[in-house]
Design a protein around this ligand. Structure first.
Ligand SMILES: [Ca+2]
Length: 503
């Protein structure tokens, strides 16, 4: 039980949100320890190999960079700002991890002690070979690396500053979003607040869907080139872009878009050029959009919506139709190392349903699909879900399905709104990028919710030019199922010209 849950809950005037008194760690304060004096010490199950003060620069405030190892192979980095806000921020990883993610600049600069790990093994994020013969590494990747590192980070924070963190938050995208939901479900007292962006929470369904699409694209005549991808995207935009009140190249009212790709069928079904799709290519598109089911329906996947932005950089070219695509590579290493358990296995001929026991085992390790969040609610946890509408890696529909499962499991919207928010970002690629407004300060919104009981409503998202840092456009970031609808007048690049509307 986290210490804060022993503290009395109080009601904030004007809201129905219970706020726990803000101490996770009720031990009396001690003396701080100088940064460099941490090096070589063993704290909280970790050995600290280095601790150095990094001066302000490169867009970061001054901090103490702590490099640690939890034997045998769980490496982490804890960044301790010289001016601390008395809170801790854990940043999730991506893919099959294998490397320590870089520091979260917004969190560090806001004063958070900021930690992240390699999840217990070293290698490429596209390589699952760590799981083949190392059950401990597989357990750490699946669910245990975060609570293990938190045990050490909590103690190192206390030694460095002389007192424990008042709050702890987790934030992650993709596999980091899966880690986020894993914490909510399996370790509900570990964090006061959690941000799960584009979560890869249904690992078995995801890998099965990747496998199915990879096979459809590899089938004779099934490949879809860039010109055909553009043909499809252009047709979707023509049908659906204006349904949100503005032809801005983004289908924001996705729920109203019912484009049928059969309208693009080549005459006779054979490939007659880039302005149409053959039957084999339409089958690949259907593999993309249709639900998938494995192990007799035990594991499912929603499929992806057609967005009209399939052809933007970082969408289908990267994840789907590229050679090799990231979807191909992820399902390939998964088949080899978790399912067939044979490094020489051919994923394109492997029957994903051939070994139900292997699916069960992988789900037990990696799936974070439990929709009953009562323990997290009981611990006063707050959860923000977020997903980009043009995510070609992980379908926004899957996160919507999970959110709806949570609402049902909690007994309805009224029982869910007090601790879960779900935001959707039209036109945004996997985690970031795409034509939509991909940047939003979810951490500040979460902190206000946890510490002041101020539940987040409509937020603001921006699209920033990475080269210049200037803001290209802003949009309201709407709570599902609402979408940003153009009011009919005003600057089409300004959030004020849009309102969150029901589909
Ligand atoms: Ca539009």
């Amino acid at each position: 039980m986290k210490l804060s849950s022993m503290a009395a809950a109080v009601l904030v005037a004007g809201t129905a949100t219970a706020v726990v008194a803000d101490e996770r760690d009720l031990r009396p304060a001690g003396r701080p320890t100088a940064c460099e004096a941490l090096a070589g010490r063993a704290i909280g199950g970790a050995t600290i190999s280095a601790a150095v003060t990094v001066p302000m620069g490169g867009g970061l405030v001054e901090y103490c960079k702590v490099t640690g190892l939890i034997a045998p192979a769980l490496n982490f980095e804890l960044r301790l700002p010289s001016v601390w806000n008395h809170k801790l921020h854990y940043g999730g990883g991506g893919g099959y991890n294998g490397a320590i993610p870089p520091v979260s600049a917004p969190a560090l600069n806001a004063g958070y002690a900021q930690v992240s790990s390699d999840s217990g093994h070293q290698g490429s994020a596209l390589d699952a070979s760590f799981a083949l013969n190392d059950p401990q590494a597989a357990q750490l990747f699946g669910s245990l690396s975060v609570p293990t590192v938190m045990g050490a980070a909590t103690e190192i924070v206390r030694v460095r500053y002389g007192r424990g963190a008042r709050r702890a938050y987790f934030e992650g995208c993709s596999n980091g979003g899966r880690e986020a939901l894993m914490n909510v479900q399996r370790f509900p007292t570990l964090f006061d607040g959690v941000i799960a962006r584009a979560p890869a929470y249904d690992w078995v369904g995801i890998m099965g869907a990747f496998n199915r699409t990879a096979k459809a694209l590899a089938a004779s005549g099934g490949a879809i080139n860039a010109a055909k991808t553009a043909t499809l995207a252009t047709a979707v935009l023509a049908a659906c872009d204006g349904l949100d009140g503005l032809a801005d190249g983004v289908v924001s009212n996705a729920a109203a878009c019912h484009f049928d790709p059969a309208a693009l069928r080549c005459a006779g079904g054979a490939d007659t050029g880039d302005s149409c799709l053959s039957d084999a290519q339409l089958a690949a598109v259907a593999s993309w959009t249709q639900p998938a089911s494995f192990a007799g329906g035990t594991y499912t996947y929603t499929g992806w919506p057609l967005t009209g932005n399939e052809n933007v950089s970082g969408a289908w070219d990267l994840w789907t139709t590229g050679a090799p695509s990231l979807q191909f590579l992820f399902q390939d290493t998964t088949v080899k190392n978790y399912l067939a358990r044979d490094p020489a296995a051919n994923s394109l001929t492997y029957d994903f349903d051939s070994d139900t026991g292997a699916l069960f085992s992988m789900a037990a390790l990696n799936d974070a699909t439990n929709a009953n969040l009562q323990p997290f609610l009981a611990a006063n946890g707050k959860l923000i879900l977020w997903h980009g509408g043009n995510d070609s890696a992980l379908s926004i529909s899957a996160t919507t399905a999970y959110y709806q499962q949570v609402v049902a499991a909690m007994g309805g919207q009224a029982n869910t709104d007090g601790f879960v928010r779900y935001y959707t970002a039209p036109g945004v690629n996997h985690c970031a990028g795409g034509p939509g407004a991909d940047s939003a300060d979810l951490l500040t919104a979460l902190d206000a919710w946890v510490t002041r009981g101020r539940a987040p409503g409509t937020l603001t998202a921006a699209k920033v030019d990475p080269a210049t840092g200037s803001t290209l456009l802003t949009r309201p970031l709407c709570r599902y199922p609402q979408y940003p609808r153009y009011k009919g007048s005003g600057d089409p690049n300004a959030a004020a010209s849009f309102s969150c509307s029901e589909p």
